[in-house]
Design a protein around this ligand. Sequence first.
Ligand SMILES: *Cc1c(COP(=O)(O)O)cnc(C)c1O
Length: 383
Amino acid sequence: MQDTNQATISTNGVVRPTLVEVNLTRLSENFRAIRQKTAPAKVMPILKANAYGHGIVEVAQHLETLGADYLGVAVLEEGILLRENGIRAPILVLGGILGNQVPHFIKYNLTLTASSIEKLCQVDQVAAQMGVKAKVHLKIDTGMERIGVHYYSAENFLEKSLSCEHLDIEGIFSHFANSDAADLSHPRLQLERFQEVLYFYEKRSLPAPPLRHMANSGGILQLPEAYFDLVRPGILLYGVYPSPEVKRSIQVKPALSWKSRVVYFKVIQPNHPVGYGSTWQSDHQVRGVTIPVGYGDGYFRSMSHKAQVIIRGKPYPVVGRISMDQIVVNIEGDSAYNDDEVVLVGEMGNQAITAENLAEWADTIPYEILTNINTRVPRVYIG
Ligand SMILES: *Cc1c(COP(=O)(O)O)cnc(C)c1O
């Protein structure tokens, strides 16, 4: 498998004790729950950023067996990686494109996002030169101001798309800026703008492109009016809700666990500080264990003095600063032994630590926690 993204550090079968475990059964259950709620819309799982840290190739392979209709990635290289690993499902690259990338899209049978008239014509030209039709989705900006043709000037764009003979205009889409909020007034405004743009086809008695789409995870949970022909779940597929305030209208469970093992046990004497900067010390004797994970793996240093882990079914605080490769956990008077399993994210007994918990400790969002568990951490698949 030619796969730089996945590069797992494993030499002669020796794998790090710090690993990510992806539960494929949970991924299936989440996928089916989303499909059931959004039917008859098609489902395009979003696999950008190494499938939100879950491993892009393995997740794509699994979703293909589940019958995913389409796959979505952010950048050309992610699409090529999937093709080179034998994925045959249609793949839409959601991000902006550069002219010199167009031949690669066509060569690997990847669907392009056209976000301006200029890009549309560029793709048409290259497709003509290559003697093929390029599959294109038109991107309409209804209030995100990232890429896409503004809703208020989309008419020329759609008009132009009708005359490009070497394009197969398979889809048209937009993207929500606030679909995970409790206040849905802005997403509703965006939805109205998108519907107005789509009215272009009705006015001319033309069929709209067969795949109209808008809903990300927040839209799937909160805006059934936005399902159209296809939905684009990212974080929800992985079993994580996009925000604390979003309506949980579909039940999902996290597919990812992040685990390690105790590699060292010691007694820490009073007033003997732990870690760089000597930022924490105990006023009484405690037991401490060292775990081989750190910010070099994506266990954010900003969680220092806040993070907890689970050992033997009990939560314990990480003490001192998080280093690049190690953390120290205060187990007070309890027992723990070398090789004991440590849960950084996941469940043990009746305790759980979620990506949301880490996001709160690191003052970020669960998306950033998941996508930052880096490639030094091997991924293993269960279920
Ligand atoms: C990332 C992304 C999604 C998925 O977003 P989630 O909030 O993870 O569901 C959908 N559509 C586009 C265009 C995206 O960039």
